[in-house]
Design a protein around this ligand. Sequence first.
Ligand SMILES: *[C@@H]1O[C@H](CO)[C@@H](O)[C@H](O)[C@H]1NC(C)=O
Ligand SMILES: *[C@@H]1O[C@H](CO)[C@@H](O)[C@H](O)[C@H]1NC(C)=O
Ligand SMILES: *[C@@H]1O[C@H](CO)[C@@H](O)[C@H](O)[C@H]1NC(C)=O
Ligand SMILES: *[C@@H]1O[C@H](CO)[C@@H](O)[C@H](O)[C@H]1NC(C)=O
Ligand SMILES: *[C@@H]1O[C@H](CO)[C@@H](O)[C@H](O)[C@H]1NC(C)=O
Ligand SMILES: *[C@@H]1O[C@H](CO)[C@@H](O)[C@H](O)[C@H]1NC(C)=O
Ligand SMILES: *[C@@H]1O[C@H](CO)[C@@H](O)[C@H](O)[C@H]1NC(C)=O
Ligand SMILES: *[C@@H]1O[C@H](CO)[C@@H](O)[C@H](O)[C@H]1NC(C)=O
Ligand SMILES: *[C@@H]1O[C@H](CO)[C@@H](O)[C@H](O)[C@H]1NC(C)=O
Length: 434
Amino acid sequence: MLNRSIYLLLIITIAKGFSPLIQLPTNELYRNISRTVVLCIDDFGAKGDGFTDDTKSLQDVWEVACSSSSRAKIVIPSGKSYLVRPTDFAGPCLSKVTLRVSGFIVAPKSPAVWEGLDVRKWLYFHGVKHLKVEGGGIINGVGKKWWERSCKTNDSNPCTHAPTALTFRRCWNLKVKNITFFNSQRMHLAFIHCKHVAASGINIIAPADSPNTDGIHISASTNVKLENIAIRTGDDCISIVSNSSRIRIKNVFCGAGHGISIGGLGKNNSYASVEDVVVNGAVLFDTENGVRIKTWQGGRGFARKITFENVWMNNVSNPIIINQYYCDSPVTCTNQTSAVKIENVSFSGIRGTSATEDAIILACSDSYPCKRLYLKNIELTASSGTAKSFCWEAYGTSSGLLYPKPCISSGDIIIRHLVKSNSTSSLPHDYALF
Ligand SMILES: *[C@@H]1O[C@H](CO)[C@@H](O)[C@H](O)[C@H]1NC(C)=O
Ligand SMILES: *[C@@H]1O[C@H](CO)[C@@H](O)[C@H](O)[C@H]1NC(C)=O
Ligand SMILES: *[C@@H]1O[C@H](CO)[C@@H](O)[C@H](O)[C@H]1NC(C)=O
Ligand SMILES: *[C@@H]1O[C@H](CO)[C@@H](O)[C@H](O)[C@H]1NC(C)=O
Ligand SMILES: *[C@@H]1O[C@H](CO)[C@@H](O)[C@H](O)[C@H]1NC(C)=O
Ligand SMILES: *[C@@H]1O[C@H](CO)[C@@H](O)[C@H](O)[C@H]1NC(C)=O
Ligand SMILES: *[C@@H]1O[C@H](CO)[C@@H](O)[C@H](O)[C@H]1NC(C)=O
Ligand SMILES: *[C@@H]1O[C@H](CO)[C@@H](O)[C@H](O)[C@H]1NC(C)=O
Ligand SMILES: *[C@@H]1O[C@H](CO)[C@@H](O)[C@H](O)[C@H]1NC(C)=O
């Protein structure tokens, strides 16, 4: 069984996450705590009424904090709401900086505000070392207008970018804790080219039909720890892409959306390397996928040393899935001979219910079959019908209690000619659609 305490902890995290509006204390005090300069945004002219543009105040307080020779703490007081336009917060800073968000930071409603600006960014921190973001507050992307413009909402719309609510790029020694996100324009929280990141006590909430609203996105980052996270959005709960390694994920709840995903890797014949990922302790409710690795055809590189363990699935459409024929593109993807290799992937203690009969799908590349897959203690039943497993070029071993019986081949991989990938064989075309 899934460890009871993990489950309880998740429930507590979630319960706390869903009543954030009620417990905001007023009158935040600021004082000098042993060589820490405390700077309140209100002293920089911010109104915090939710209507006045407080961008300048936040920029100014950031400048002062970042150039302070002693530690600095920026306070965004509780009980107030600060409207902030797209803003860059640049490092390096002279000392460690803490951003204590206890109130609300809200985005402008209208995408027109981004005219002439980079539409991929709203709150954008880059090149900052030793930054801490905390405080129990709420970051609200007010994404509705962006969702309406998405080509996923209406395919007569052009496919364009939309802002990630909070991005950290090239940040080292970063801590993000005790923050809630609502309704991001696109992704909620992204770590790009970051090192040594710890995020915990994060709640992320957006409607199940909001497009591309990934919860947490990790790209080209190393040594990232996520713990006690609750995410309900319209896209991936957590996604890990490009060159990322040493990722540890513990106690995650994902409700609605697309589940925990590694990839898509290798889009546009690109190189990707994802290595050393452990997801231990997750609960997924009503998600489209459970734990997934997806790669585009034609890519290069690898995804290896990946472990998913102690995962509880409830009504998940594809609880375990590897798809090397991923194609999230309006034009159909053609079969190609190169692929991102998948090796050393272990699924252990994966239990619960599948919303479809396809409980296990391991659809691997013809030219680079999946190697050293390991399945242990899998118990997945279909909500209706019989749970099944599908394998294509999937090699590895299994042990323990296994239901449905996995179809992976244990034999040595037969060396295949690349010619094979031109053949039209029995892999259903549908797999290219996930
Ligand atoms: C913090 O202390 C320094 C000197 O110790 C002082 O100059 C500064 O005004 C104080 N800041 C606040 C916000 O009280
Ligand atoms: C989150 O922040 C709020 C407000 O500062 C605080 O009361 C609460 O204890 C914090 N929670 C955790 C788990 O740190
Ligand atoms: C999609 O967009 C087109 C053109 O803007 C519009 O005519 C149509 O009503 C929209 N469809 C939906 C379902 O919103
Ligand atoms: C990943 O690493 C490869 C090889 O070092 C590099 O060519 C590529 O640009 C990197 N991709 C990203 C997104 O950092
Ligand atoms: C590959 O990249 C090119 C140029 O950036 C772009 O036009 C094309 O649509 C991309 N193809 C896919 C499948 O993303
Ligand atoms: C299972 O999930 C699907 C969405 O994937 C949803 O439509 C359905 O209502 C869910 N069933 C139950 C019993 O919750
Ligand atoms: C895969 O795991 C096996 C056994 O744990 C190990 O010997 C091998 O080096 C690993 N391969 C890669 C590519 O990580
Ligand atoms: C594979 O398909 C490509 C494109 O359709 C073709 O050019 C090539 O000759 C084929 N190779 C073989 C060995 O059939
Ligand atoms: C692509 O490869 C898969 C797996 O070998 C096969 O099922 C499918 O028919 C191929 N598609 C095309 C267009 O050749």
